[in-house]
Design a protein around this ligand. Structure first.
Ligand SMILES: Nc1nc2c(c(=O)[nH]1)N[C@H]1C(S)=C(S)[C@@H](COP(=O)(O)O)O[C@H]1N2
Ligand SMILES: [Mo]
Length: 249
């Protein structure tokens, strides 16, 4: 009797573990598990991300504003790097800067600032919200990340687009946000060339997420199907400091 009971217990445990494994594999296939799914807050991160992805439409837009609503003050978070490579490029007005786009692409390329500016430009007036509690509205001009990705040809099994910066930061977004119409590689702010404080020569604009996803001072972009080998494998330098990889608002 007790034998039977324990066998049944084991079978139930085994079955539910198998069920969980299947569920996890399915969730992963449908891109519902964020790179920072492990650790203490992992289950919460996964729930938030999966719910957002399930409930909010793929093409849902961040709010756009009028010119008259542009903020007079725009705080800076993350000063331009003082390192030689960056200062050298800045001194040369970024003429020698290139943005390599590599990884799971069929035609890897490296774009100069002039080349990026020759691509179809788009402008948005959106709000940037910092996790520290401030925000501002500004006009951003750049090329859609989706356009640049179409030029290099993203391979079908790609899952993330990761960006790196001159201050050693890195971040990533899933393909849904990478291909979103408001996700830009921005090179101008409020009608003027992007200044170093705001991310020169180019920064990401990801207006559907908190400000920290809008990485400044870009040095490289890579397309990948896993974030495991980048940094601590959490998808971004932000979760390494305790914030969420997914910061949808
Ligand atoms: N490379 C890099 N990008 C960055 C940061 C940074 O420190 N380094 N700070 C982030 C944070 S926390 C915010 S809120 C915004 C701030 O952008 P701003 O300085 O243009 O206001 O940039 C984000 N991008
Ligand atoms: Mo921030």
């Amino acid at each position: 009797m007790s034998d039977l009971l324990s066998r049944r217990k084991w079978m139930t445990a085994g079955l539910s573990a198998a069920g969980l494994a299947v569920a996890a594999r399915l969730a992963d296939r449908y891109g519902l598990i964020p790179p920072d799914w492990g650790g203490v807050w992992g289950p919460g991160e996964t729930l938030t991300y999966a719910c957002q992805r399930a409930l909010v439409g793929q093409h849902a837009m961040a709010r756009e504003f009028n010119r008259s609503q542009i903020s007079k003050v725009a705080p800076v978070s993350g000063k331009p790097p003082k390192t030689d490579p960056y200062q050298h490029l800045l001194a040369g007005k970024f003429a020698d800067w290139r943005l390599p786009i590599d990884g799971l692409v069929t035609r890897p390329a490296a774009f100069s600032l002039a080349e990026l500016k020759r691509l179809p430009a788009t402008t948005q007036i959106t709000e940037q919200t910092c996790e520290e509690g401030w925000s501002f509205v500004a006009e951003w001009t750049g090329v859609r990340l989706s356009h640049v990705l179409s030029l290099v040809g993203v391979q079908p099994h790609s899952r993330y687009v990761a960006a790196f910066s001159y201050d050693d930061g890195f971040d990533s977004v899933d393909m849904q946000d990478a291909l979103h119409a408001q996700t830009l590689i921005a090179y101008a702010m409020n009608g003027r060339e992007l200044s170093p404080d705001y991310g020169a020569p180019v920064r990401l604009k990801v207006p559907r997420q908190l400000g920290y996803k809008s990485l400044k001072f870009l040095s490289r972009i890579t397309v990948t199907d896993t974030m495991k080998n980048i940094g601590k494998g959490l998808g971004s330098w932000q979760p390494e400091g305790g914030y969420s990889w997914y910061a949808g608002i």
